[in-house]
Design a protein around this ligand. Structure first.
Ligand SMILES: [Zn+2]
Length: 156
């Protein structure tokens, strides 16, 4: 299996090759290039979210629990004190919940179905927000490069 930086490097390598192959036909705007680059990076490391000790898993856990806490503390329709308590409770619940998730080592997130699902979500988001498919193609490349490096090609 590859570690974090190997996956990022291999993702960038495959993207450079892909970019080189299509550069005659495709012209990306600056914004598209930034979005595609970001999604490529995310895609190339995202499957390892199911490894308990991976950087992605820990980063996702922290981001998700902290944003839940902040979201509740700022937006819940209660008084200040209650919102603060709710925010703390939300943070704790998400953090613990995420830790308890029993994800199979190289399970669903290392499958073609996962790559497909994420690509479709990013495609919908990209088309809706910026009328572009560049981020979806990038995330697909990123996840594919991850699966190739890991040697996983199961369907689901
Ligand atoms: Zn992996």
């Amino acid at each position: 299996m590859g570690d974090f930086s190997e996956h990022v490097l291999f993702g960038m390598l495959s993207a450079s090759v892909a970019f080189y192959l299509v550069s005659d036909f495709v012209n990306l705007t600056g914004a598209e290039t930034v979005m595609a680059g970001t999604m490529l990076f995310i895609g190339s490391v995202l499957p390892d979210i199911d490894h308990k000790n991976s950087y992605v898993h820990r980063a996702a856990k922290a981001t998700l629990s902290i944003s839940t806490g902040i979201f509740l503390a700022l937006l819940a329709p209660f008084g200040v004190k209650d919102r603060f308590l709710l925010g703390m409770a939300g943070f704790t619940a998400v953090y613990i919940g995420f830790s308890m998730l029993k994800m199979k080592h190289r399970g669903f997130t290392h499958s073609i179905l996962f790559a497909f699902t994420v690509t479709m979500l990013v495609a919908a988001f990209g088309l809706y927000s910026a009328s572009t498919l560049a981020p979806a193609v990038a995330v697909m490349l990123g996840i594919s490069s991850h699966l190739i490096l890991d040697g996983e090609f199961k369907l689901r």
